[in-house]
Design a protein around this ligand. Structure first.
Ligand SMILES: [Zn+2]
Length: 141
């Protein structure tokens, strides 16, 4: 996969839950749904756009549980996805890919007014699971 291996300042800011501190945003509405206030919990798990992606990935991996808020998802991952089996490895890769592509799409919407559908992002993540050398396709609309 072609995901960042280091944590850049933007990701550190996001991790602290300070999305608007990044300085690019004028609106505090979620750029993905345009309805709710943007926060870490909303953007990555509660937003209908993101939740649709993550729900499909969980179901695809045979996990029928509902998506949770950010902190609950992290706690679940620490308890259940730290093993070296295929399912745990796929979960970890999916959650990283999901967060990366949702954040990328959110930024592209804000800065370039371009977007991917949740189906496109889901397909990219699934494809990356099959081929370790798969690279995410640059956003071309
Ligand atoms: Zn939203």
């Amino acid at each position: 996969m072609n995901f960042p291996t280091t944590v850049d300042p933007t990701w550190q800011t996001i991790h602290k839950g300070q999305i608007h501190a990044v300085g690019v945003i004028e609106s505090k509405l979620c750029p993905l749904c345009g309805i709710e206030h943007e926060s870490i919990d909303h953007l990555f798990f509660q937003c209908s756009f993101s939740s649709s992606i993550f729900s499909k990935l969980l179901l695809w991996q045979g996990d029928r549980r509902s998506t949770m808020i950010w902190q609950e998802e992290i706690q679940w991952a620490v308890l259940n996805a730290n093993r070296k089996n295929v399912k745990a490895t796929m979960y970890r890769a999916s959650i990283v890919a999901c967060a990366y592509l949702i954040w990328q799409d959110r930024n592209t919407r804000v800065t370039q007014q371009k977007q991917r559908s949740h189906e496109q992002i889901t397909r990219l993540i699934k494809a990356s699971q099959y081929n370790e050398r798969a690279e995410f396709i640059p956003l071309k609309l």
